[in-house]
Write a protein that binds this ligand. Sequence first.
Ligand SMILES: *Cc1c(COP(=O)(O)O)cnc(C)c1O
Length: 378
Amino acid sequence: MPLPRLYLSPPDIGSAEIELVLEAFQSNWIAPAGPNLDAFEQDFAQLVGSNHAVAVSSGTAALHLALRLAGVGPGDEVLCSSLTFVASAAPITYLGAKPVFIDSEERSWNMDPALACAVIEQKAKAGKVPKALVLVHLYGQSADIAPIKACCDKHGVKLIEDAAEALGATYGEVSPGSFGLAGIHSFNGNKIITTGGGGMLVTDDAELAKQARFLATQARDTAPHYEHSTIGYNYRLSNISASIGLGQLTRLSGKVSRRRGHFKAYAEAFKGLPGVTMQPEAPWGQSTRWLTCLTIDPALAGVTREQVRLALEAQNIEARPVWKPMHLQPVFASAEMHGGKVSERLFDQGLCLPSGAGMSEVDRDRVITAVKNCFARE
Ligand SMILES: *Cc1c(COP(=O)(O)O)cnc(C)c1O
């Protein structure tokens, strides 16, 4: 009999969530709004240190709202990390704007600050300042925010942080997502906390939060009838989904420390495997280790990332390559790209291992053994 499938990052749900959902049912606060939605927003804002949090139906929706409220429109340019999930870039195109992709740096795998600043300077000199910059904190490791924020502030580029994988991380003592005009988080099923699908926009700007709520509920003007002076979206999170999130949030620190524990155990076990390098943790803060990622240099390892991935698959273990950079995606073939060598190598050699907060040590050992067996030849 094959062993049960081991997933990359399955949901980790507890009894608090069931209680809170039941409470929502019993009080008939199903949708659209309700007390658990308000509580989820308040607790979340407090936890990440932002003044306001607006719960929406996905992280992608949150980013769409943030970009629109940053004033991004047709023909504008928006700088974005190339090494990321497509949801970081797709909302730029929803607004008719053009993504300009920036390569990663080795220290964090995130947007290279020197390169990003050089591009902003060069565009400012040419009289075409980018409207906004989407800064991604990949796999829970925060980017080097300060130098990027300084360049953005100098030229009036609106900074928007994609912290979808970084809930519970730090930059200095502060949560990534709270530095720019707005930040976004995701509660998709595979993220650090889940609502079964959902997202959050965080900001210190009260007016921006108000406008985000307005646009997320079909842009209804104040009137007894339905009155509209702009086009909105149906993006609000339901009170049921928020109930799940509220329960999940109470156990955030445990979830992060279990993910970090997986990383540590993997790193310990793979010490000495030739050509294997774990994703570094940059000196400026703590990563969530949303997924444990490593690179395999085939020249030293004698085995490729893909061979290791397939060997894990044969053991019914889900592993995935690191995100394929946006500048290599067919849909962005004609987009502007700066640099590329770093993210291309990370994609070629990078592998993500099962990292769920609920994964047992026995299951983790299954992964470790399967990886080590790839190196045990000759
Ligand atoms: C998951 C994710 C998103 C989008 O979140 P959804 O809630 O799935 O829409 C955006 N950016 C990154 C980097 C992500 O990993």
